[in-house]
Design a protein around this ligand. Structure first.
Ligand SMILES: Cc1cc2nc3c(=O)[nH]c(=O)nc-3n(C[C@H](O)[C@H](O)[C@H](O)COP(=O)(O)OP(=O)(O)OC[C@H]3O[C@@H](n4cnc5c(N)ncnc54)[C@H](O)[C@@H]3O)c2cc1C
Length: 419
């Protein structure tokens, strides 16, 4: 049964976040149209490392950032590169981001992100089953690698946080690590196996499977670029496509990831997003060198993840304009470090670049757009949008329908950044 009157809900953006929102609103009986200029899951949700982990509750701007900052500011590390001019332009964002690298903000953010991730993981399992994508899900965790035994000891904040949130982990010595991942080169003195984590072998395909489920359940998917949003005299939203089309909608959900402000800024609703860009390069998998689950080399700041078609190497952060030219320096440095760790085969395909959209407090915006009735936001998912798409969708749907929320919505309210 459709619960809303005619033009229904338009979800704009069919990445992991938008597709999950569309599915969740549809499940609650609303008539939903999902718009994207590309087929579903072709952008940020395509190129990520495929990790869905309870351990991802620790934001980059955590209290441990201060110790690493002098090194990061040299602009020579593989984990973090930045464009100084961009940082100057985004000084307010940068100061806001750094000011949250303090204990009280960290406690608030980890509590909020833990709730969002915990809401998401069982929902992912259900969605994958319903979408016929369960074969893509691995339930064997992921591993933090430490080249130096002291580095694990020094990583007290992470371990204490995992313990505090009862995230199952197990410390591994080199022989225990070898028994889990025998093909890693023996350069790691310690490792931490995050058991409360899963991963997928092709994130883009998972989004496509979810979008297929949405369509199979009667949802309408439209491939169209949206150029603008306006409210008409009747109070209906009008979505203006770049092709000149105009689509009315009773409610609109903006799930445009790094492109959200393209539509929000003209409405004076721009969110303070910065772009933590990241690259990946796929490598041919060799039958003699297998990786069972994703691994994170903490010293070099990259993730190696087994994918359906090989091994994917994903980089840390490049803080710069979303549309700045590709700069492969970070990926090249990372590949050198990754080859020390694992016998990677030849490169397969071209390097990929995506932008993690990040707010100063590292929490997404989920909720009503201030002063714009029937406009809803689900954006700013930084490093964890693959993990938290389903939880975001559930919280957003509960807010849209005035239901009791499964988790505290306050840490995600758009008002914290948009007046
Ligand atoms: C290198 C890297 C590794 C990562 N690893 C992980 C990980 O392991 N686990 C994890 O949870 N997260 C990870 N992330 C983060 C995660 O990928 C993102 O948080 C997530 O994909 C964001 O999803 P989204 O739906 O908000 O955005 P997107 O997937 O970018 O979707 C936005 C959609 O909007 C569409 N669009 C844009 N403009 C328009 C327009 N004008 N009209 C119509 N459509 C438009 C785009 O085509 C796109 O499909 C990683 C990110 C990177 C860059």
């Amino acid at each position: 049964m459709q619960r809303d009157e005619a033009p229904g809900v338009a979800v704009v953006g069919a990445g992991m976040v938008g597709v999950c929102c569309a599915l969740e609103l549809q499940r609650r009986g609303l008539k939903v149209q999902l718009f994207d200029r590309k087929p579903p899951g072709q952008e940020t949700s395509f190129g990520n490392a495929g990790v869905i982990a309870r351990s991802s509750l620790i934001p980059f701007n955590n209290p441990g950032l201060w110790a690493g900052l002098p090194r990061f500011l040299t602009n020579r590390t593989a984990q973090f590169r930045y464009n100084p001019l961009y940082l100057l332009q985004e000084m307010k964002w940068g100061l806001g981001f750094l000011s949250r690298a303090r204990r009280s903000a960290f406690d608030e953010t980890t509590l909020a992100l833990d709730a969002l991730i915990r809401l998401s993981i069982p929902a992912h399992r259900q969605l994958m089953q319903a979408a016929g994508a369960s074969h893509r899900l691995r339930e064997d965790g992921w591993i933090y690698l430490y080249r130096d035994a002291q580095a694990l000891v020094k990583n007290r904040l992470a371990r204490e946080t995992f313990d505090h949130f009862e995230i199952a982990t197990q410390e591994l010595d080199p022989s225990a690590l070898r028994s889990l991942e025998p093909h890693l080169h023996p350069i790691f003195q310690r490792a931490l196996w995050i058991k409360d984590a899963c991963s997928v072998d092709d994130p883009g395909q998972v989004v496509q499977a979810y979008a297929g489920l949405f369509q199979a359940r009667g949802g309408v998917l439209v491939q169209r670029e949206m150029a603008a949003l306006q409210r008409d005299a009747r109070g209906l939203w009008q979505l203006h496509g770049s092709d000149g089309s105009v689509t009315p909608a009773g409610k609109v959900v903006i799930a445009l990831g790094p492109w959200a402000n393209d539509l929000l800024a003209p409405l004076k609703l721009a969110a303070p997003l910065a772009f933590e860009r990241g690259y990946h390069q796929n490598f041919v998998a060799s039958p003699d060198a297998r990786l069972t689950r994703p691994v994170y080399d903490t010293a070099a700041g990259y993730v190696l993840a087994p994918m359906e078609n090989g091994i994917r190497l994903s980089t840390g952060v490049e803080l710069t304009r979303r549309d700045a030219p590709v700069n492969l320096a970070q990926l090249e440095m990372t590949e050198v470090a990754a080859r020390q760790a694992f016998p990677l085969g030849a490169q397969s395909g071209a390097p990929w670049l995506g932008s993690r959209p990040t707010l100063p407090d590292s929490r997404p915006l989920i909720g009503a757009a201030p002063n714009h009735p029937d406009l809803w936001l689900a954006l700013g998912h930084q490093h964890i949008g693959l993990s938290t798409g389903p939880g975001t969708a559930q919280l957003l749907a509960e807010l849209m329908l005035g239901e009791t929320c499964s988790i505290d919505p306050a840490p995600f309210h758009p008002e914290r950044f948009i007046a």
